[in-house]
Design a protein around this ligand. Structure first.
Ligand code: PHE
Length: 454
């Protein structure tokens, strides 16, 4: 199949925006703050940044190279570059990982839709932190409301994926990203100036390294993989639509910088705001949803119309950021079913959407009526999050690093990152060193240290 049959991203900026659109999502604004909160703050952030630089960027460049070289879905990509070897299982595991992530991610994405409605009907007005905590847990435990939103979100994703690569993905990313960034800046300014916000800043900026243990390392590594969308062939699938003149290392750096800035910026909103109203930083997955309404209330309480406008804008942009991520997750499985099982794109997408709705229903119910059913002490929702972010993605990244570092013909890697010799790449040796040694050994160390493997 030639690249032209599969469609291409129309411009270099389009490629960066689409990859950044995949990376920036609930992982930055919902997951990063609560992981940071549960793991003690500033020291976690530093370990996180270390993981982004040592594992994240090199593995992203590796995925880009594999994807663009093979112009195929992830599973086929490994098969093309390593015919007749078990490496194809790395691609297949990625498809499964993406499918599982989409199952619980769309539950949280659905919550953002409920909050758009709450914000638009001004139902945050006059309430305090305790009310927000109570209404969040009531809503997420509701037997069908979150399920309806989850299904609506998946259907929206489905629609865009079926419409095709370039039109859907590129257009949404182009408008949403800058708008989201500006709004986050405004909100950070508001949160930092709240009374008592200084304590939150301290939590973010004063590292206490005595808190760094195995669980902090595993948490930071998992978060880096999750937030950058790496380890499951998602960016590999996107790169299969990149043009030949897209600069892969530069794109990876840009995506990592954008993604990390959005995450850290969210921290500057959430923690000052949480400390200001006495919400504990280790509140868990509800953290953003119970903290942010306070920011809108406290900062704009005497200008209710502004509170409504800004809060609606925020949740709409959060939903759009989640949408560009769910599109990328959906695309991995859809491209796989379409190209490997000869289903039409529409049919492949329908299978993925239906499967994810089933998973989403189970995950959503596990926060309410199914609360008592736990596996290894976790609800299904938490289990999906743990297994995918902390095990499957880093494991995928481990194998992708080994594949490009050791197995793949170095000529191929060099050609891809230099656009067949037309770009000067100074980082080639460093990249190979990181992929060969640092990433696999680092990931294995963190696994063994925390999970007691081997
Ligand atoms: N990176 C996305 C986010 O932060 C989630 C995601 C993970 C998307 C893996 C694709 C693949 O929200």
């Amino acid at each position: 199949m030639t690249p032209n049959h599969r469609g291409n991203f129309g411009s270099k900026l389009g490629a960066i925006l689409a990859a950044a659109g995949s990376a920036v999502g609930l992982g930055n604004i919902w997951r990063f703050p609560y992981e940071t909160g549960e793991h003690g703050g500033a020291a976690f952030i530093l370990v996180y940044i270390g993981c982004v630089l040592l594992f994240g960027v090199p593995i992203m460049i590796a995925e880009f190279s594999i994807g663009r070289r093979s112009h195929a879905n992830t599973a086929r990509a490994f098969q093309k570059l390593a015919p007749g070897t078990p490496w194809r299982w790395v691609g297949r595991m990625g498809v499964l990982t993406g499918f599982l992530i989409l199952g619980y991610y769309s539950v949280v994405a659905g919550w953002t839709l409920e909050y758009i409605v709450e914000a638009a009907t001004n139902s945050f007005a006059g309430k305090g932190a305790d009310d927000f905590i109570a209404s969040f847990s009531q809503f997420t435990a509701h037997p069908w409301r979150p399920i309806v939103w989850m299904a609506a979100f998946l259907l929206a994703t489905h629609f865009i994926v079926v419409k095709g690569v370039e039109k859907g993905i590129e257009k949404s990313a182009k408008i949403m990203m800058p708008a989201l960034f500006i709004l986050l800046l405004i909100l950070a300014g508001c949160a930092v100036s709240l009374p008592g916000g200084g304590e939150g800043l301290e939590f973010l900026l004063k590292p206490d390294f005595s808190k760094v243990n195995g669980s902090v390392l595993l948490g930071a590594m998992g978060q880096a993989f999750f937030s950058l969308s790496i380890g499951m062939g998602c960016l590999c699938t996107y790169a299969s639509y990149f043009r030949d003149d897209t600069n892969l290392p530069k794109t990876a750096f840009n995506v990592a910088i954008i993604d990390t800035s959005v995450a850290v910026l969210s921290g500057f909103i959430i923690f000052p705001a949480a400390f200001s109203v006495g919400i504990l930083p280790d509140t868990g997955p509800g953290l953003v949803f119970v903290t942010l309404p306070n920011v809108f209330q406290q900062a704009f309480g005497n200008l209710p119309w502004l509170a409504v406008i800004l809060s609606v804008m925020f949740y709409v942009l959060l939903a759009l950021a989640a949408l560009t991520s769910t599109i990328s997750l959906h695309e991995v499985a859809t491209a796989y079913l379409h190209e490997e099982f000869k289903l039409t794109r529409g049919k492949a997408a329908r299978v993925v959407t239906a499967g994810c709705i089933v998973l989403g229903v189970l995950c959503s119910l596990s926060l309410g009526v199914g609360k008592e059913y736990t596996i290894a002490g976790m609800t299904l929702f938490d289990l999906f999050d743990f297994v995918t972010a902390k095990i499957m993605l880093p494991l995928g990244g481990f194998f992708i690093a080994l594949f490009t570092g050791w197995y793949l013909d170095k000529r191929i890697l060099r050609e891809e990152i230099s656009n067949r010799g037309t770009l000067k790449v100074q980082i080639y040796r460093l990249l190979v060193f990181l992929l060969k040694f640092i990433a696999p050994i680092g990931i294995a160390f963190i696994f063994i240290n925390e999970l007691g493997w081997l």
